[in-house]
Ligand binder design. Structure first.
Ligand SMILES: [Cu+2]
Length: 620
């Protein structure tokens, strides 16, 4: 009897261990993202236009996973097919209503086909279609987000994507209300703040403006939204029953929060601050950093931060605010505000989190109807306290941030190749504007590059020695081929046209994080500048904001490099190691710039892609 009891107990323990092992090693996170069309007024302006939403929410629902998880995301395009669509307008938007979703910062090791870039990694999803993204989050954790990678759809098609470092950082896996922790940082709970922009213009018309002859400049957003809300004009609030005023972020007095701040913006870099609070930066783009106390974040499009915020002020409401940065002759004022609200003990985080549970078969999905988003109590006025911002300086505090676990030795090695990507703006004969990189303005290929590689429909690659004539660009393939495991330095050369300002560019690398290893003014000249390493402790991140820098003191050398009379106004050298066979976009995350051509495709270890670069992602 006793023996059988022990036998049973052992069997039970073995079974439990087995269950634990299965859940620990093969846990799968499953989500559905349904894209539908709605009329919304997120800034109480009275302005509505047909707008795409994810699961009828703005921002879209948070996706969460823990490092090591398998993730399966079904994206359903529930938009109407349009008759005006032009088949090859996808990346640039247009009225095709085709779409694709990208998981920003997720490096997609072994799953290039889950990366969500139309005509690069997958065919766009047509109206009525669906795509299943399958990938593992194997070697990274932190704060990420997902967004549409077609035209300006990402204005409203985005949402947080949180990868917990382990169960100690996951509020849902802790056994009680014990503290959460990562790398020795301890905190009580976490909150997510997604910042985005909202223009009072119909998206498709706006896309046509950027690509067409009327284009002159990118207008500032009418509103900056925090978690999908703000008040456009506090003196003229139009509630209409569909807008909720300012977002509130609730905290309990005395507790510490990991605030995840996500730059889901399309265009403008923003300063971010909270009245009467400073905070400690602990994570940048998924890399844990040494503690750095500041009162201001500078958040470029695509950039993310975790900061620790101590709710140590008197109980009350505090204004969360934003200002515009790196905008020429533009008022830095932004109406992007929210409220940090001290409250007594709250219901558990678990109960309040909005999950990606969807009305899977919404029969109204083809109809534009007005929806109320974020249905919490409307807050229409701000506290009287105002956030203070540190001054705008080129480089912000980047030179003072350091990786928590030390600088990666790869960032100190010699590169296999250095490829200069010289960007310049040009007004075309039809009066439209394009951004060129090494004299090529990116356009969608006619067929999907990844599929062509897998199906052996590609031209043979030219020898790398020949490609040195073209800064690594293979004009037949229309990509930059990379060898497996080579260390590649990209010199991002910024330029401006005479009489025009030098602009900032938030560069983003798909499939990789990169190290910014050097920057300089004017024009990069390999013989003179190749040795420069002035970033002492580069962080492994996937966005680097290129700040406008000075022209070359003697501009003669810079003028006629490509016959476009673009003047070198600063360069940024970033490094990747080509350890991830796949095809990867690399582009300016100022989306209008990207649409106008500021994008390249890296074709990395192409012969290995069929065996090493593909997951079981598929078109449904
Ligand atoms: Cu740009």
């Amino acid at each position: 009897m006793l023996a059988s009891f022990y036998g049973f107990t052992v069997a039970l323990m073995v079974a439990l261990c087995f269950v634990f092992l299965v859940t620990a090693e093969e846990r799968e996170r499953v989500y559905e993202l349904n894209i539908t069309n709605h009329l919304i007024d997120p800034d109480c302006s009275g302005f509505t236009t047909p707008t795409l939403l994810v699961n009828q929410q703005l921002p879209g629902p948070p996706l969460v996973a823990t490092r090591g998880d398998r993730v399966r995301i079904v994206v359903r395009n529930m938009l109407l097919a349009t008759s005006t669509g032009q088949g090859n307008m996808t990346t640039h938007g247009g009225e095709t209503n085709e779409m694709a979703i990208h998981y920003h910062g997720v490096r997609q090791y072994g799953s290039s086909n889950a990366d969500g870039v139309p005509f690069v990694t997958q065919a766009p999803i047509p109206p009525g279609g669906a795509f299943v993204h399958e990938f593992n989050v194997v070697n990274q954790a932190g704060t990420y987000f997902y967004h549409a990678h077609v035209g300006l759809q990402e204005m409203t098609v985005f949402g947080p994507f949180i990868i917990y470092e382990d169960e100690r950082a996951d509020p849902e896996q802790r056994h009680d209300r014990s503290t959460l922790s990562v790398a020795g940082y301890e905190y009580d709970d976490e909150r997510t703040i997604s910042i985005s922009e909202w223009w009072h213009r119909a998206r498709t018309e706006f896309e046509a403006y950027f690509m067409g002859p009327q284009f002159t400049l990118i207008p500032e957003a009418d509103s900056v939204l925090i978690n999908g809300r703000t008040v456009n004009d506090a003196t003229n609030v139009k509630t209409n029953g569909t807008c909720g005023g300012y977002s509130t972020i609730d905290v309990e007095p005395g507790k510490t929060y990991r605030l995840r701040v996500i730059g889901s913006t399309t265009f403008r870099t923003l300063g971010f601050a909270i009245a009467q609070h400073s905070f400690t930066i602990i994570e940048v783009d998924g890399e844990i950093v040494k503690p750095y106390v500041t009162n201001t974040l500078e958040v470029a499009p695509g950039q993310r931060f975790s900061v620790l915020l101590h709710a140590d002020q008197p109980v009350g409401d505090y204004t969360i605010g934003t200002v515009r940065r790196w905008a020429e002759s533009v008022n830095p004022y932004s109406n992007g505000f929210a409220v940090l609200r001290y409250r007594d003990a709250q219901p558990s985080f678990r109960a309040r989190r909005r999950r990606a549970v969807i009305p899977a078969h919404d029969t109204n999905h083809t109809i534009s109807h007005t929806v109320a988003i974020n249905q919490t109590a409307a807050v229409m006025s701000l506290p009287t306290n105002a956030p203070e911002f540190s001054p705008q300086v080129p480089g912000w505090i980047w030179s003072e941030l350091e990786p928590y676990y030390g600088v990666d030795p790869v960032s100190r090695k010699s590169p296999s190749r250095t490829l200069k990507l010289r960007a310049h703006e040009k007004v075309m004969p039809d009066n439209s504007t394009r951004w060129f990189i090494n004299n090529v303005a990116y356009m969608d290929p006619k067929t999907t590059i990844l599929a062509d590689i897998v199906n052996r429909r590609r031209m043979p690659r030219q020898k790398l020695e020949l490609l040195s004539q073209t800064n690594g660009y293979d004009a037949q393939l229309t990509t930059y081929p990379l060898e497996y495991f080579e260390i590649v330095d990209f010199v991002l050369q910024n330029t401006h046209l005479p009489g025009m300002p030098c602009r900032s560019h938030p560069w983003h690398t798909h499939g990789h994080s990169h190290w910014e290893i050097a920057t300089g003014p004017g024009e990069y000249i390999e013989q003179r500048d190749g040795h420069i390493r002035n970033s002492q402790s580069p962080i492994h991140r996937d966005i680097t904001l290129q700040y406008p820098a000075a022209d070359e003191p003697s501009s003669n050398a810079t003028m006629a490099t490509d016959g476009e009379h673009a003047i070198g106004c600063g360069w940024t050298k970033i490094r990747i190691i080509a350890d991830n066979p796949g095809v990867w976009a690399m582009h300016c995350h100022n989306t209008p710039h990207m649409l106008m051509g500021m994008m390249v495709v890296l074709e990395e270890a192409a012969p290995l892609i069929p065996t090493m670069g593909l997951s079981s992602s598929y078109r449904l």
